[in-house]
Design a protein around this ligand. Structure first.
Ligand code: NAI
Ligand code: MG
Length: 359
């Protein structure tokens, strides 16, 4: 019996609601599979912790997390705390401190969920977006001078390194190679940004030589939004910078029906540190406490976590249960249903318990 140490950080808003749902499904899987155990430790870090202590997590927060096998994360963000404090106080220090340089965002249209794109059905949109997660436009490099004066300046410098670009490109080519279509689209903006982005294009071409069985093409990020919307079938695996992929994956989530179904994994591919698994959505103040948060994104990221931990059968069983439940119409209001979080969660747990298929 394999035991995995999981750090649960539900944090703010609907984070605690969806993480509780995710843990319930994981417990059902634990019992159904009988091959692994999850030893879960809860951390109360986040905006309430910030209001009490002046910090989103303790100074030795990442030290405390180091010994875990994975981090199961809800969302940060509170109406009365500035977003750059919540983000840079908790989520980004974990991503950067643990060098989780590959942010992996699968998107597909689940059964029973209607895409806002006319005529696009399950199977027509099945993508994985790989976002560079350690540098680029979110490297934190920049500053402000002459604050408050008319001549104030603010700089936000995008940093692209050969090491950083090469490793994310290899990760993306390898992931594309593992999928049936073996097809990668490299997104940049190398017409307008002549240095870092041209280097991305060059490194993509270099790394592609290591993957002769992967077909690849290039897109400018603006044209990519058009292709995602008008020709979703023409895409499979996608790699882009931190900023570009952040934006494109919100679009992908919306095209797949709702942000409430979109998961993400912050991976350290070298496994030096724990990787972090979370829904893409934020803390959703508008629905906090109403019990209607869609738990599907969190189930899906839990499946990514099981996959990463080395439990692919449990991951497949979880996704199969989720697809059975969405396909049967048990869904939350954001995707047109009438069920609440708990009803969807119970239905998924029931599907896990009743699942006899060999996956
Ligand atoms: P949001 O993702 O929290 O919400 C956007 C919209 O989607 C809202 O109408 C919300 O009700 C809906 N939504 C999101 N998740 C849902 C779910 N599971 N089920 C049903 N509906 C769902 O983004 P917003 O409103 O821009 O940001 C709110 C706070 O969250 C801000 O403080 C923001 O900084 C933070 N945020 C944090 C993220 C994170 O922790 N990774 C990511 C995005 C935003
Ligand atoms: Mg985002």
């Amino acid at each position: 019996m394999q035991t995995y140490k999981i750090a649960a950080i539900p944090a703010d808003g609907i984070g605690p609601e969806v993480i509780a749902a995710g843990l319930q499904a994981l417990e059902a899987l634990e019992r159904r599979e009988g091959t692994f155990k999850l030893d879960v430790t809860h951390f109360d870090w986040g905006s309430d912790y910030y209001k009490r202590t002046g910090a989103m997590m303790p100074a030795d927060g990442t030290q405390q997390l180091k010994g875990f096998d994975a981090i199961f994360f809800g969302a940060v963000g509170a109406p009365d705390v500035p977003d750059h404090i919540t983000l840079w106080g908790l989520r980004l220090p974990i991503c950067q401190g643990f060098d989780q340089y590959a942010n992996v965002r699968p998107t597909k249209i689940l059964p029973g969920i209607v895409s806002p794109l006319a005529g696009v059905k399950p199977g027509d949109l099945d993508w994985v977006i790989v976002r560079e997660n350690s540098e680029g436009e979110y490297s934190g490099h920049g500053g402000r001078a002459h604050r408050g004066l008319p001549e104030e300046v603010g700089t936000e410098v995008a940093i692209f390194t050969r090491v950083g670009v090469t490793r994310i490109m290899r990760y993306a080519f390898r992931l594309a190679q593992s999928r049936p279509r073996k097809f990668l689209t490299v997104v940049t903006k190398s017409n307008a940004q002549r240095f870092g982005m041209v280097m991305w294009d060059e490194i993509a071409a270099e790394v592609s030589a290591e993957f002769p069985d992967v077909t690849w093409d290039k897109m400018l990020v603006d044209a990519m939004t058009v292709r995602m919307t008008l020709k979703p079938q023409s895409l499979d695996t996608i790699v882009a910078t931190n900023l570009h992929a952040d934006i494109l994956s919100d679009l992908a989530g919306a095209l797949a029906g709702s942000l409430g179904v979109a998961p993400t994994a912050n991976i350290d591919p070298e496994r030096r540190f724990p990787s972090m698994f979370e829904p893409i959505h934020g803390s959703a103040f508008d629905i906090t406490g109403k019990g209607i948060a869609n738990p599907v994104a969190t189930f899906w990221t839990a499946a990514q976590m099981l996959e990463h931990l080395g439990q692919p059968q449990a991951a497949r069983r979880l996704m199969h249960a989720v697809e059975t439940v969405t396909g049967s119409g048990v869904t939350t209001p954001d995707v047109g249903g009438t069920a609440n979080t708990q009803q969807v969660t119970e239905a998924v747990c029931e599907a896990i318990r009743g699942s006899n298929i060999v996956l």
